[in-house]
Design a protein around this ligand. Structure first.
Ligand SMILES: C[S@@+](CC[C@H](N)C(=O)[O-])C[C@H]1O[C@@H](n2cnc3c(N)ncnc32)[C@H](O)[C@@H]1O
Length: 134
């Protein structure tokens, strides 16, 4: 099995840096906002739909899902990102955690969104299997 711990540590360290978190939130605003709308369309976000936004970052996808009436949880391992998300989207619930091994039970959500998160997974198939599980 491939050892992905160096990649995993680099990702955690990088995103835990408050200036990288803020720089991403500000610098990629136009692209992330555009994709958030596409993701919300893809999961038919609306009232009665319970969505998990993985790698939620500063909450750009969560914000779009909430605007459409969905019940939204966001998960990210970066404390500064979670803090930005909580300020931006008070109506969503945010938890700090690892997308590769979540504590949610099986089939807890109706849908999962992931905006620009998969390339940051140390093992994309493991992350997607975990997303499908919840
Ligand atoms: C490029 S940002 C995307 C933020 C937002 N979803 C968007 O659409 O702009 C990637 C985010 O994934 C988070 N992340 C990366 N790997 C993760 C993992 N294994 N578990 C939880 N969060 C992770 C990072 O902390 C970062 O906030």
């Amino acid at each position: 099995m491939t050892d992905t711990s160096d990649f995993e540590n680099m990702e955690r360290d990088g995103w835990s840096n408050p200036s990288i978190a803020k720089g991403y939130a500000d610098g990629f605003e136009m692209a992330t906002h555009h994709v958030a709308k596409k993701l919300a369309d893809a999961v038919d976000a609306g009232p009665e739909v319970k969505v998990l936004d993985l790698c939620t970052g500063h909450g750009v996808v969560a914000k779009e899902l909430v605007a459409r009436g969905a019940t939204v949880s966001g998960l990210d391992f970066s404390e500064p990102m979670i803090s930005l998300a909580r300020s931006a989207v008070p109506k969503a619930q945010f938890v700090q955690g690892d997308a590769m091994a979540m504590e949610f039970p099986d089939e807890h959500f109706d849908a999962v969104t992931i905006g620009f998160g998969v390339p940051h997974f140390p093992d994309a198939s493991r992350g997607l299997i975990e997303a499908a599980r919840v």
